[in-house]
Design a protein around this ligand. Sequence first.
Ligand code: DGL
Length: 259
Amino acid sequence: MSSIDKAIGVFDSGLGGISVLKELRSLMPQEDYLYYGDSSFAPYGVKTKEEITKRCRSICAFFISQGVKAVVIACNTATSACVKELRTLYPDLPIVGMEPALKPAVNGRHQQHVLVLATQFTLKEKKFEQLMSRFDEDNTIYRQPCPKLVELVEAGRLEDEAAVNSALREYLKPYDMERMDSIVLGCTHFVFYRSQLRNLIGDHIALVDGNAGTARHVQELLQERGICRKPSSAVGEVRIYNSLNKEAILKLSRELLER
Ligand code: DGL
């Protein structure tokens, strides 16, 4: 099979990366996608770098065995843990990672107050320290880990208003929302909470995520390499795999994709 005909592999610690897959599909519906959720090992955010790297290596090996033309690490945590290592292992494969969208949140402005919601792992890694150091001289940046927001998505409890609102309130409580300019959704699971967050914080705070930017980046990379399928009326297929290998998690994945 020639590269252009191959699928794009997208993975995450679980179901969060489906929010990225949605964006990819809406930008490039003509492509085929393989999605791998590692729900049996989620959350990644509280694991060690070695543990996360081991899982990501085997997911990439699975993608290679299926013959993909590119890999999207639809997970900020996995990207901080091992994007470099995966690129070294597969030098010919385009691998796109993600980082909390702090740059678009600040957007060249000064004296911004930005709250970054991400996993514990992402926020304590050197990669994030480096990203912060580019912006924290001129701006005030707060960081908040939110493990319950990962658990609720994985448990299929996004519609459980009471649990969702109590978790969101707990994580926002320490901050003065009157002064906040933007909130960065620095974990792909959190993108599913946009509307609930909007209801809690009102209209004056921007909610920023990196999903659309990541999808555009993937498209550019495929175009540069001449392996992006031409837009057509034919819609590509999406195959979903999950390390839990249970019908319920595959069903939940489909529901999130169509949400
Ligand atoms: N969705 C992941 C991210 O973007 C991580 C969630 C987790 O497994 O802790 O960081």
